[in-house]
Write a protein that binds this ligand. Sequence first.
Ligand code: NAP
Length: 253
Amino acid sequence: MILNSFDLTGKVALITGCNTGLGQGIAIGLAQAGCDIIGVNRSQPLETMSKVTQTGRRFLNLNADLGNIDAIPSLLAAAVEAFGRIDILVNNAGIIRREDALNFSEQDWDEVMDVNIKTLFFMAQAVAKQFISQGCGGKIINIASMLSFQGGIRVPSYTASKSAVLGVTRLLANEWAQYQINVNAIAPGYMATNNTQQLRTDEDRSQQILERIPAGRWGTPDDLMGPIVFLASAASDYVNGYTLAVDGGWLAR
Ligand code: NAP
């Protein structure tokens, strides 16, 4: 039956940056679909832990700063030791820096690129090796952005990193489909989280953005639950290398 192919009971999902925002919604959605969750966070994700365990699934938090890739080998070892395997990776952790391109600093360039694309790539590499050693494929879902498709304003390193997420998602799908690994991305539209707090408090920008969203509202972490379960499940086994916009119609305008 088709609905069974969406069932994730007993799967293990590793999610970066799930203490808040979209990562928290992703963790809860995957747990509701049956996954045990391994979170990778800088801080204790107490609220997420509580919401995941309320679904009856397990939650393990691993502490790491994803501003560099040093922790990746020990993260993988700890995850596999605790839950025995990994079936799904969601590369969600990401940061943004806002400044005119003329004044943009090297630090704001490097910090964003390090978290948003360098760590994303090396997490995917490490987890893909684990998937291959397990011998039954796996699912990688990268969190992209509208700025994977568009230029944006005053966010040069963010646009560079998220455009790269779209390209690298395609590349990894090309290389790893032979191992039954699906690599796809979700490009959220304008979602109400910490990441967009500055935009939402700027009345003019907030109004301009809202007027362009056909759905007439900012998105929420809950809006990602259906798409993430789809891309994490057997229902999407023949979807590979694709970046799915979840944007209330923003790109259709
Ligand atoms: P958020 O509330 O700021 O969450 C970002 C997450 O990434 C937090 O859990 C944060 O942890 C974590 N993170 C950042 N730097 C980290 C580091 N060095 N080490 C470990 N964790 C780190 O923003 P969000 O909107 O939910 O963003 C989630 C993803 O969606 C990001 O990739 C973002 O670019 C993308 N996105 C968001 C929107 C939107 O409209 N909100 C739109 C498109 C794409 P801390 O709390 O410890 O900082």
